[in-house]
Write a protein that binds this ligand. Structure first.
Ligand SMILES: [Zn+2]
Length: 193
């Protein structure tokens, strides 16, 4: 009789140990390798499916950033896939979320017709608003050579290329995955007249 009882207890203990083992393994599982190392180049995707009439300006503004900074790239999101940057056309003033927007984050660009009606260049507007997403504030008033001087440079200014200081500031924000550690400001900066 005693032997049967002992076997019974041993069996129960073994069953408990086997039940706990998988849970213990799950708790000690290593972190995914992707969380440890950031890519040298940060890719941010944009969705401009609601920015009708601004396609050419967006493409040119994106190309300006992509050709002038090395460690962050803007790419058009495939239809129906997630994008960090939502670009929409509006009837109001241009405005954008102040970044630097993180990979997996969320920002908006509103390409406002009001500035076009005032005579401002659409490509400069698009590049300027994307500059806000990349972490650049306004530098108004400022010269046409500065992208972030925006409307203060006048309607004759068609420059859509960030100057050296603006390029350097964005490069710094995204260097070695830094954008993942810098809090996105998140304010909407309105570029009214
Ligand atoms: Zn602005």
């Amino acid at each position: 009789m005693v032997h049967y009882i002992r076997l019974g207890i041993a069996g129960t203990a073994a069953a408990v140990a086997m039940t706990l083992a998988p849970a213990a393994n799950a708790l000690s599982a290593p972190e995914p390798a992707a969380a440890k190392k950031a890519s040298a180049v940060v890719t941010l995707r944009y969705d401009d499916s609601r920015a009708g009439g601004w396609e050419a300006a967006i493409a040119a503004g994106v190309a300006s950033w992509n050709s002038n900074v090395d460690n962050v790239k803007l790419v058009e999101a495939a239809p129906g896939t997630r994008a960090e940057i939502q670009i929409v056309a509006t009837s109001g003033w241009p405005q954008a979320t102040l970044g630097p927007v993180r990979p997996g984050g969320r920002a908006q660009v509103q390409l406002g017709q009001q500035a076009v009606t005032d005579g401002h260049d659409k490509t400069r507007i698009a590049a300027h608003e994307l500059g806000h997403n990349l972490g650049l504030p306004d530098t108004k008033p400022g010269p046409c050579s500065q992208l972030m001087s925006g409307s203060s440079a006048g309607t004759s200014c068609k420059n859509a290329v960030p100057d050296a200081a603006e390029q350097a500031r964005v490069e710094s924000a995204y260097r070695n995955g830094a954008a993942a550690r810098i809090p996105t400001d998140g304010r909407m900066l309105v570029d009214a007249r």
